[in-house]
Write a protein that binds this ligand. Structure first.
Ligand SMILES: C[S@@+](CC[C@H](N)C(=O)[O-])C[C@H]1O[C@@H](n2cnc3c(N)ncnc32)[C@H](O)[C@@H]1O
Length: 263
């Protein structure tokens, strides 16, 4: 699942560009940055902070080097002993979060007051125009370690997507109602028995009922809203949503969120 670095981080960098000066002014020299679910500093952090310099710590459940702490997004308690961070990023991995409230409580503890939390969220099952994360009836897993897979569980919805980006949401819903021929052909070949059920699943998906469809597709603990962050003391400073299919041929409506932890 997911999309290429180039499109993804160009979009995030463009979103943050108008705020760059303000963010840099508010950060200390050599800010401490936590990379959640990554093996090295992501292109967003590099773009934002490479001139300033920064201290960096990656955490990832499937750490590939000794520099990366082998920590699961769903248990950040080992980070409590580390120095508090000025920024945390979690890109293209929020779908592995099992319980949004536990995550927000834990990530809040490792951030200083005034720190930034930058994340993205995926709506849609990349290779199939449906909302729930499954293919052919099976929940999707990522096999970074085949003996210990991570499940795709968590998505996002907030009415502010519709308010801010109505055309992106409209294009996404239209795609779910009218699968492109290529998608139909590939899905029929792979899962012919489930084709008609899944083909019809979102035949009535329109922007005005996307919220309800997301509530049906995901349990509450696995459906983030902007309000969840606000209730945990985060102020929204950057927000953008993008329907990526025309660029990457994946059924993705991604949202980027930038929050500041209130003092
Ligand atoms: C699609 S990659 C994204 C990597 C990087 N954040 C980026 O945007 O380029 C997903 C990452 O999440 C990590 N991951 C998967 N499940 C995880 C979990 N439960 N806790 C922490 N990291 C996890 C994987 O090892 C992988 O590095």
């Amino acid at each position: 699942m997911g999309i290429s670095n180039e499109y993804h981080f160009n979009w995030i960098n463009d979103t943050i560009e108008p705020l760059k000066a303000e963010i840099l002014t508010s950060l200390p020299d050599q800010p401490v940055v936590l990379g959640l679910s990554e093996q090295q500093a992501n292109p967003f952090v590099q773009n934002l902070l490479s001139e300033r310099g920064f201290q960096y710590q990656a955490i990832d459940r499937y750490a590939q080097t000794d520099d990366v702490l082998p920590i699961d997004l769903n248990d950040l308690s080992p980070l409590a002993s580390l120095e508090l961070a000025d920024m945390a990023c979690c890109f293209r991995a929020s779908y592995f979060i099992e319980d949004k409230k536990a995550f927000l409580q834990q990530v809040s503890k490792v951030l200083k007051p005034g720190a930034y939390l930058c994340m993205d969220f995926l709506i849609g099952t990349s290779d199939l125009p449906t909302l729930g994360f499954y293919y052919g009836g099976d929940k999707i897993t990522a096999n970074y370690d085949p003996n210990n897979p991570s499940r795709f569980l968590t998505s996002f919805y907030d009415d502010r997507i519709l308010e801010n980006h109505p055309s992106e949401v409209a294009a996404f819903c239209k795609h779910a109602r009218h699968w492109p021929w290529r998608t139909q052909w590939e899905y029929f070949q792979a899962f012919s028995k489930l084709f008609w059920r899944d083909r019809k699943r979102h035949a009535q998906l329109y922007p005005e009922n996307l919220k309800q469809a997301m509530i049906v597709a995901f349990p509450e603990a696995q459906l983030f809203t902007l309000e969840d962050f606000e209730q945990h003391g985060f102020e929204l400073v950057a927000f953008s949503s993008r329907y990526f299919y025309p660029l990457v041929r994946k059924f993705n409506l991604y949202s980027f969120v930038g929050f500041r932890k209130q003092s």
